[in-house]
Write a protein that binds this ligand. Structure first.
Ligand SMILES: Nc1ncnc2c1ncn2[C@@H]1O[C@H](COP(=O)(O)OP(=O)(O)OP(=O)(O)O)[C@@H](O)[C@H]1O
Ligand SMILES: [Mg+2]
Length: 156
């Protein structure tokens, strides 16, 4: 399925992330696609806010992975935020232990996931953000796995 939403401001993009967070469960993987400055980190920050992450979420561009404590329905879980922009070979995704993030006690958000596509679970949600700078963003939610259909109804 495929949902398209327009975001006019960074706050709206964050809010969409926050709304999505209410439908996430442990084990979810969200691939965030979009150009430099599209708003992937802003969207991830909204998810973090919704999951009760304390403090600010900064871009993991240089560190590759940041991990936070969050909650889904009062159950603790990890929020893992990756940025694979600096990877040059798909095998590096394996070396950094990407698959360790695909576990039921974690929600994993991945910016620049393209290079690691072969390692990503088929039941992931893809959020593509089109546009940058002062342009409005078009945010497209896509998933192959039918389990997302019900969970993304809030976008319709
Ligand atoms: N509608 C919008 N949605 C998201 N960000 C917006 C919007 N309008 C303007 N912006 C601005 O665009 C920038 C988005 O930055 P952000 O770090 O989230 O991008 P990114 O996709 O994570 O980039 P990178 O690939 O460098 O990690 C911010 O400066 C934000 O204020
Ligand atoms: Mg970013």
């Amino acid at each position: 399925m495929n949902y398209r939403v327009t975001s006019l401001t960074v706050q709206q993009t964050r809010e969409l992330g926050k709304q999505l967070s209410e439908h996430l469960i442990g084990g979810d993987v969200v691939a965030l696609i979009g150009d430099l400055g599209a708003g992937k980190t802003a969207f991830a920050q909204g998810i973090g806010e919704g999951l009760g992450v304390v403090g600010s979420m900064t871009s993991p561009t240089f560190t590759l992975i940041h991990e936070y404590k969050g909650f889904i329905q009062n159950t603790k879980l990890r929020l893992i935020h990756m940025d694979l922009y600096r990877l040059r070979h798909p095998e590096e995704a394996e070396i950094i232990g990407i698959e360790d993030a695909f576990v039921d006690d974690a929600v994993c958000l991945i910016e620049w996931p393209e290079i690691a596509e072969d390692y990503l679970p088929d039941d992931r949600l893809t959020v593509e953000i089109k546009g940058s700078g002062d342009m409005p963003r078009e945010i497209i939610f896509k998933a192959k796995d039918p389990n997302w259909e019900q969970r993304l109804k809030f976008l319709s």
